[in-house]
Design a protein around this ligand. Structure first.
Ligand SMILES: [Zn+2]
Length: 256
C-alpha cells in the first residue's frame, strides 16, 4: 500500500496514499508503474536515470538532489534518480500514450518485421544509421552505448545514411541489438565482448578485432557521441555529411 508519493517535476496527476501498485513493466528504457487508482506512472531512463529499491530508513545510494520520484510502501522505498522523463496518464489510455514507441527489443521474441516496417515508414533516407538505431519510434531499447557496439559487431559505419543500408543488414543490426540488449538485462557492467565493451568509451585504444585506433565523434542534433573503428567499419558508403536540407536518397522506400 502506498504510504507516500513524491515527484518534483511530474507531468500529470498523482496517485494517492492508500492506493496499491498493481503492476510494474519495463518497455526498453521506459518503466511503467500502474496504480490501483487508475494512473500509470511512466519514467524514461535515457542515459542517466535509474530506479533503486531501499529498505525503509536505509541509506540512499545517490544524493537527494538527484531524486525524481520517491514511493514509500510498507517497509520499502522505491527511488528514481535522474530520470529525464516523468509523467502519469490514465491507465485506460496507455495504448494510445505509448503508440509512438516501436517494438521492444528487450523481450524474448522481438517483432523485427515491425521494426523494419517502421524504419521504412519513418525515415526519409538521409538519417545516419546510428541515429536510426536510437529512434524509439523504430525500435525501443537501443541507447547510445549499444548503438556504437552493434555497428561495430556488424562491421558497418554508423554514419551511413539509412537508405544505403540494405534490408538484410538492417535486420541483422536489429537482431544483434536484441541479442546484446537481452544479454545485458541484469545488473552489473554492460559487456558485448569478453571483458567489456568493444568500442564505446575506448577512444584511441586498439580495436579488439583489427588493432586500429578507435575513433570518437558526435552525430545528429542530439550531440551524442559515437565510437567506431574506421578500418573494420569502412566509410565507403558514406555520403559527405548528410544534414538538414540534404536531398533524400532516391531509393529510400525501395531500399529494403
Ligand atoms: Zn577494427
Amino acid at each position: 500500500m502506498l504510504r507516500r508519493f513524491e515527484a518534483q517535476r511530474l507531468v500529470g496527476s498523482r496517485p494517492r496514499v492508500g492506493e496499491t501498485i498493481e503492476a510494474v513493466e519495463a518497455i526498453g528504457k521506459h518503466l511503467l508503474m500502474r496504480f490501483s487508482g487508475g494512473l500509470t506512472l511512466e519514467t524514461h531512463m535515457r542515459m542517466t536515470g535509474s530506479w533503486r529499491l531501499v529498505v525503509a530508513g536505509g541509506r540512499w545510494p545517490k544524493p537527494a538532489h538527484l531524486l525524481r520520484v520517491r514511493i514509500d510502501v510498507d517497509g520499502w522505498q522505491a527511488l528514481c534518480f535522474s530520470a529525464p522523463v516523468l509523467r502519469t496518464f490514465p491507465t485506460s489510455s496507455e495504448r494510445r500514450e505509448l503508440a509512438h514507441l516501436g517494438p521492444d527489443l528487450c523481450v524474448a521474441d522481438p517483432d523485427i518485421d515491425m521494426c523494419l516496417a517502421r524504419m521504412t515508414e519513418l525515415c526519409v533516407g538521409t538519417e545516419p544509421l546510428g541515429e536510426v538505431l536510437l529512434d524509439q519510434r523504430v525500435a525501443n531499447g537501443v541507447g547510445n552505448v549499444f548503438k556504437s557496439e552493434v555497428c561495430w559487431a556488424e562491421q558497418v559505419d554508423p554514419f551511413t545514411p539509412i537508405a544505403r543500408v540494405p534490408g538484410e543488414l538492417r535486420r541483422r543490426l536489429l537482431e544483434t541489438s536484441a541479442r546484446l540488449l537481452r544479454a545485458n538485462l541484469g545488473p552489473g557492467r554492460r559487456t558485448t565482448v569478453p571483458g567489456g565493451l568493444a568500442v564505446y568509451g575506448r577512444d584511441r585504444q586498439s580495436c579488439r578485432r583489427c588493432g586500429s585506433p578507435i575513433r570518437r565523434r558526435t552525430i545528429g542534433g542530439l550531440a551524442r557521441v559515437t565510437y567506431w573503428c574506421p578500418r573494420c567499419q569502412p566509410s565507403s558508403s558514406r555520403t559527405p555529411e548528410p544534414g538538414p536540407g540534404a536531398a533524400p536518397a532516391a531509393d529510400q522506400t525501395s531500399g529494403q
